[in-house]
Design a protein around this ligand. Structure first.
Ligand code: ZN
Length: 460
């Protein structure tokens, strides 16, 4: 089994679409040749002639970006394989245009030792649909009491650089300080799930007039903002890198803007769902809209979009959180928090940012690929689509739109809030390490992908 070389013909390059609201057709179309996992030739459209045995992709009308990188994914394995596995979650990733995912540590056992992070990485390597870079837990068993084996995970074969107790907040300020001091020694980063546990006990939705009206316990914005404020000051004091998971309020944006102006090494992410959905969805009492942090007010959605446009928010991350049907098909109070998001991330980003004039295609590539790779210190990720770069590539049809439905969901769970919505943009092809994982909208078979991954590993 070898990987045929690829010739991608007549594609437009996202990085060249720098103007917001630019017509994709305004960039010059190019041909790209991929061989042995790298881009080996690039020329004007029509300049590269197909060679024998080469797979030709006619990409007229498509936009090429470096492969998407998700810094915040829940793959659920080991321990919760009825929600998702590394295989099914990375299939969802490939379907969404992602070539790398960073799975969070809240598995069972928790990803808090070298053994578990290496196991998760190996499962990803064997499946072959995406590069899997596990996130290590900050505290043992996510217990919030003792630091986990941070150094051992950093030095393991998984070379962990991102640490998070996501799902839970590192609430103890002394433990947070120690974690920041520790990761600083090897250029790691702590990714904080900012949620004061005392201020959110039993909380069900955003706190405000609507939570009172609906009779659901409120989750105040200050529960997020106060933790972010504390942690940016700690990060400044230590001189370490801090990443804030899923910003959801206008006040959080203010705090991060202030911290960045002071020179704090802080980066921030927003989820696609917080860029488009509001607390009003709770009126339906449909648990598909129950998520942590909760969906907020219209003003917050606008502030988050503006923060992306301004650069206060650095990246988009999915917080893909699969749950089996029984965890969602119940009363709101009893339902699990979370939504799947890998397959819908790019369409929602196009809808909320590109179509609203907040981002250019070049900026979208930064938000969904380049900056998450940098924050996660991801090795082997292409910086551009120039000759010599690794061939992690996604090809998107910006003009295609479709009603999002179960056929779009390639993971094991179906708890998407976007079902039945008409969404723009079709992920047409995903190329990882030079081989196709998604071919004209269809996932390539597991056997073929696993064989190609093995071959690519040997060739690189
Ligand atoms: Zn979280």
């Amino acid at each position: 089994m070898t990987n045929p070389d690829l010739l991608i013909r007549g594609v437009r390059i996202a990085a060249e679409l720098k103007e917001r609201s630019a017509d994709p057709a305004s960039a010059d179309a190019v041909d790209l040749r991929v061989s042995n996992g790298h881009i080996v030739a690039r020329g004007a459209a029509g300049s590269l002639v197909p060679q024998e045995g080469e797979r030709v992709i006619e990409a007229e009308g498509l936009i090429a970006m470096t492969g998407l990188v998700d810094l915040h994914t829940h793959l659920r394995e080991p321990g919760f394989e009825r929600s998702e596995t590394v295989l099914t979650g990375t299939r969802a990733a490939a379907a969404g245009g992602f070539t790398t995912v960073f799975p969070m540590a809240n598995t069972s056992p928790v990803q808090d030792t070298a053994g578990v992070v290496e196991q998760v990485q190996s499962l990803g390597d064997a499946a072959g649909y995406a590069t899997v870079r596990p996130i290590g837990a900050v505290t043992e068993d996510l217990g919030g009491e003792r630091l986990s084996e941070i150094g051992a995970m950093a030095q393991s074969r998984a070379a962990v650089r991102v640490f998070s107790d996501d799902g839970k907040c590192v609430h103890d300020p002394l433990l947070m300080r120690r974690a920041l001091e520790y990761v600083k020694t090897f250029d790691g980063v702590v990714a904080q799930h900012a949620q004061d546990p005392r201020l959110t006990e039993g909380a069900q939705m955003n706190e405000g007039a609507l939570s009172s009206e609906l009779g659901l316990k409120g989750w105040p914005a200050v529960a997020e903002e106060s933790i972010i404020a504390r942690d940016v000051l700690l990060a400044e004091h230590i001189g370490a890198r801090l990443h804030i998971c899923h910003l959801s309020t206008a006040g959080s944006v203010e705090v991060v803007r202030w911290a960045k102006a002071r020179g704090v090494q802080v980066t921030a992410e927003v989820t696609p769902h917080h860029l488009i959905l509001t607390e009003e969805t709770a009126r339906s009492y449909d648990p598909r809209y129950k998520v942590n942090p909760p969906l907020r007010r219209d003003e917050d959605v606008h502030a988050l979009r503006a923060a992306v446009a301004e650069g206060v928010i650095d990246i988009i991350a999915t917080d893909h959180a699969p749950h089996p049907a029984e965890a969602k098909e119940c009363e709101w109070d009893a339902a699990a928090f979370g939504m799947v998001g890998l397959e819908s991330a790019l369409p929602i980003s196009i809808l909320s940012l590109i179509q609203e004039g907040h981002s250019s295609w070049a900026e979208l590539e930064q938000l969904l690929s380049q900056r998450p790779a940098k924050i996660g210190r991801l090795a082997g990720h292409p910086e551009t689509l120039e000759v010599g770069q690794p061939a992690d590539i996604v090809l998107v049809d910006p003009d295609c739109s479709s009603v999002f439905n179960f056929t779009h969901l390639q993971g094991m769970s179906q708890n998407s809030p976007f079902l039945d919505m008409r969404l723009p943009g079709r992920v047409a092809y995903t190329v990882r390490k030079g081989y196709l994982t998604l071919d004209d909208g269809e996932l390539v078979s597991p056997d073929a992908v696993a064989a190609a991954a093995k071959f690519a590993e040997a060739a690189l």
